[in-house]
Write a protein that binds this ligand. Structure first.
Ligand SMILES: Cc1cc2nc3c(=O)[nH]c(=O)nc-3n(C[C@H](O)[C@H](O)[C@H](O)COP(=O)(O)OP(=O)(O)OC[C@H]3O[C@@H](n4cnc5c(N)ncnc54)[C@H](O)[C@@H]3O)c2cc1C
Ligand code: SF4
Length: 328
């Protein structure tokens, strides 16, 4: 591992002021330190933001919640207001990693964790995300767990990586807003909107600029209806999603859908908001057949690779089953 300096920031602007080329913010370190050990990340300075006063979960004036970026994943999942008002989020967080990792991992770090594509994590291999225009072996080799939507296979700068966070999928379905502070000032970034598709710059996972620090995530008031988070993975714990679904459904007394929200994990470079499925569900009867049609609508744009075609079927079935679970 390359030598680096370690500094602890005392507040937001101290952290931003300490940032310069070669610096990385350190949350719980559960992803960044692994990548440093592997030689994938080589910052020469770490600015520790895990002890900034961003460790509170507070109610907002409009009935939502403001979650500080330094809140640990375990504390988020266990918070009574999160469990009561946003059960989908608590379930998503608990579906990720292990108890020990969740005790360390922060909300900010979870959103910005990097892809688990095996070539990205191996500096001896080419990878367009790690080394611009070096190539993407995943497209012709191991892409079993990688993207079926929104990827850039076949383009000049290929990348078929997926975003690994479970929490981000739930936050995307909940229309969360990310608060940040950086050299350019403060701003609020809607989800979806924080993460980006690979396009011609697969190295950029998000729209954040260098030095931009996530300070909080704001949840709007809890939407009416029932919600769930389902995750399909290779093992029952300690495994990333092959496909996951965060779904919310509000059904009127006459059986028609008032609100339907769906976000899908494990299928794209971003937590994928299933807008086509949502449009297909607007005002229709909440039946197994309509859920199935909506899921098919969403997957119509899928471009699977040779060895991840199974994800199209899996995502379609998981969207439909998740919505069916929510019918009162
Ligand atoms: C064995 C294992 C299994 C796992 N399984 C899952 C899983 O199933 N699902 C899942 O979702 N996750 C899983 N994880 C990932 C885990 O959730 C992440 O490692 C963790 O959430 C990252 O949070 P952190 O605070 O430790 O981030 P760090 O490792 O400290 O940082 C991650 C990135 O975010 C940046 N950063 C951190 N905080 C901020 C901030 N406030 N503002 C701007 N940038 C910031 C860092 O510079 C770095 O680039 C697993 C991890 C391990 C080790
Ligand atoms: S899929 Fe993306 S992260 Fe994986 S090897 Fe290709 S460019 Fe790198």
């Amino acid at each position: 591992m390359r030598a680096f300096r370690y500094e602890r920031a005392v507040d937001t602007w101290d952290a931003v002021g300490k940032f310069r080329h070669g610096t990385a913010y350190l949350g719980g370190g559960t992803n960044l330190v692994d990548l440093m050990r592997l030689g994938v990340a080589e910052p020469d300075r770490l600015v520790d933001v895990s002890r900034l006063p961003h460790d509170q979960i507070e109610e907002t004036a409009d009935g939502g919640l403001r979650v500080g970026a330094a809140v640990r994943n375990s504390d988020l999942a266990a918070h009574p207001l999160v469990r009561e008002r946003y059960p989908m989020l608590a379930r998503a967080v608990l579906a990720g990693a292990s108890g020990q990792v969740r005790n360390m991992a922060t909300v900010g770090g979870n959103l910005l964790q990097r892809t688990r594509c095996t070539y990205f994590q191996d500096p001896s291999m080419p990878c367009n995300k790690r080394v611009p225009r070096s190539g993407c072996p995943a497209v012709s080799e191991d892409h079993k767990n990688l993207a079926i939507l929104g990827h850039s296979a076949g383009s000049a700068v290929e990348c078929v990586a997926t975003h690994p966070s479970d929490m981000a999928v739930a936050l995307t379905a909940l229309d969360a807003r990310v608060h940040s502070s950086g050299p350019g000032g403060t701003r609020v970034i809607p989800m979806p909107g924080l993460h980006r598709l690979p396009g011609s710059e697969p190295g950029r996972d998000t729209v954040l600029e260098p030095g931009e620090l996530i300070t909080a995530v704001e949840l709007p008031p809890p939407p009416a209806g029932r919600s769930t988070y389902r995750k399909v993975r290779e093992r029952a714990s300690f495994a990333f999603a092959l496909v996951s679904v965060a779904a919310l459904l509000d059904v009127a007394d006459d059986g028609t859908v008032r609100t339907c929200r769906v976000a899908v994990g494990g299928v794209a470079h971003v937590p994928w908001r299933a807008f086509s499925a949502e449009r297909a569900m607007a005002g229709v009867q909440a039946t197994a057949a309509s859920f199935r049609r909506a899921a098919e609508e969403e997957l119509r744009n899928a471009v699977p690779l040779e060895r991840n075609r199974y994800k199209v079927t899996l995502a379609r079935n998981l969207i439909a089953a998740s919505l069916e679970e929510l019918v009162p």
